[in-house]
Design a protein around this ligand. Structure first.
Ligand code: ATP
Ligand code: MG
Length: 430
């Protein structure tokens, strides 16, 4: 299989846009060879509220990653947020084509298409389909039916869909930044696949991606994403709380959070009466560390309680595999211990281990790369063109890239499910 080795992922976060370039040897061997992280403006709680500002943030992040690589990025894989997305279990059925009755790629395409037509929300678009099992005639639990003989092919799938408006806005921004979208994935799904161990995914575990303006939960059981929800609170609320309660500037509150913030204070720390300094232009103040911890715990408790409410509402009764924290807020000292006590559950922090990308803020982008590789192995490559090319004279500005992208699309070879999905995205942003 002519699998492309390089993948470029884009994660549009409320605090920062991340562009990560990865070279993938196999599912568990991803080398990060380019990273561009730039402050984002125009994105609120995962929603795009200003297209021009978002386009500018994307261009800055991509340009940074390009400079690290000395190459031009043409195509990206996009991770999208969980707001206004939903999960639905569906079935698809087709008769096997051809006299030989051997199941082909075309039969696989048709059965997946038949399952996708079962989407029951008219204002949503299918983003991803995860086939759970295939059935050929009376033989079930088949992972890949191609090459088998049969008359009737069935699939049990999980459909992930997202609001057409949300998708339109995201695709429009990426397109306006001069980039072609190779594939879209729900980040809650790809981050979970990347951050959770096989055992956690099978036993029933929740990933909590704690970002700047949102906290996204995704539950995995029996290797499948079963629940997803977004709570519109995150690290920026911690900053605002420190700023409001201590009456300090937002920038000082952010510094305080990063330098001295803690989500947990043990007896010894309280007895020692530790203090933390805040230095302004015309003042210097000391605050008790235990006071800072109280402020942060109040907000974290609220977020965790909303997560528990959501689990209850969605009928998730237990999480035998525990809870895994990721996203920028997972950097906060003591958060593992606090979450462990609050949820009364096993809690661990997940952060990428790749050199140059060891920050839980990058879980989203690297998860997208890993998933694209695995999906490409199953369905075949999504394009025979590399997502990057050497910087050439006259081909290093976005307008040039846009023109080239338009030409490329009309010449795209038509093959397999991945290309069909790509066609859907192209239709969608026309
Ligand atoms: N050391 C730290 N201590 C506390 N908070 C931190 C630390 N490092 C990062 N954060 C928080 O993490 C947030 C950024 O995380 P992340 O990059 O995952 O968010 P995002 O993806 O941009 O936002 P969202 O997912 O909500 O759209 C910042 O708002 C900051 O408050
Ligand atoms: Mg995020």
């Amino acid at each position: 299989m002519n699998q492309p080795e390089l993948y470029v992922a884009l994660d549009l976060g409320s605090n920062s846009v991340k562009c990560v370039i990865g070279e993938v040897a196999d599912e568990n061997t991803i080398h990060v060879i380019g990273v561009g992280v730039e402050n984002s403006s125009g994105i609120n709680k995962g929603n795009i509220v200003n297209i021009d500002a978002t386009v500018a943030s994307i261009k800055r992040a991509v340009a940074k990653a390009e400079r690290m690589m000395g190459m031009t990025v043409n195509k990206v894989i996009l991770g999208i947020p969980a707001n206004q997305s939903s999960i639905q279990d569906v079935k698809g059925v087709v008769a096997v084509n051809g006299d030989s009755r051997e199941i082909s790629d075309d039969d696989l395409d048709r059965v997946l298409e038949s399952a996708a037509t079962m989407l029951n929300s008219p204002d949503h678009e299918v983003v991803n389909q995860i086939p759970k099992k295939f059935t050929v005639d009376n033989l079930t639990d088949i992972k890949d039916p191609r090459g088998m003989l049969g008359i009737r092919l069935e699939v049990d799938s999980t459909l992930i869909s997202s609001s057409k408006t949300v998708l339109h806005n995201i695709l429009r921004c990426v397109e306006r930044a001069g980039l072609d979208v190779q594939q879209i994935y729900l980040k809650a799904m790809t981050s979970g696949n990347f951050a959770l161990t096989d055992d956690e995914k099978s036993r029933g575990t929740m990933l909590l991606d704690m970002g700047a303006e949102s906290t996204t939960l995704s539950v995995f059981k029996e290797d499948i994403l079963t629940n997803v929800a977004m709570i519109p609170l995150g690290g920026d609320n911690l900053v605002k709380d420190l700023s409001g309660v201590l009456k300090i500037d937002t920038s000082q509150a952010r510094e305080l959070l990063y330098d001295y913030g803690r989500a947990y204070c043990d007896e010894k720390m309280i007895k020692e009466g530790l203090t933390v300094p805040v230095v302004g232009i015309d003042f210097k103040e000391q605050f008790a560390l235990s006071y800072i911890v109280d402020i942060l715990q109040d907000r974290l408790s609220e977020i965790f309680n909303l997560v528990l409410d959501e689990l209850y509402n969605q009928g998730v009764e237990d999480l035998p595999g525990g809870i895994v924290l990721t996203g920028g807020v997972a950097n906060l000292d003591g958060i593992q211990k606090f979450a462990n006590e609050h949820f009364n559950s096993r809690v661990r922090i997940a952060s990428p281990t790749q050199m140059g990308a060891r920050n839980p803020e990058l879980t989203g982008a690297i998860g997208v790369i890993q998933y694209a590789f695995v999906e490409g192995m199953f369905y075949g490559e999504f394009s025979d063109e590399a997502p990057l090319e050497p910087i050439q004279q006259g081909n290093n500005n976005y307008n040039d890239k846009r023109t080239k992208m338009d030409q490329d699309q009309s010449e795209e070879p038509k093959q397999g499910v991945m290309v069909k999905l790509k066609d859907m995205f192209n239709r969608f942003i026309d």
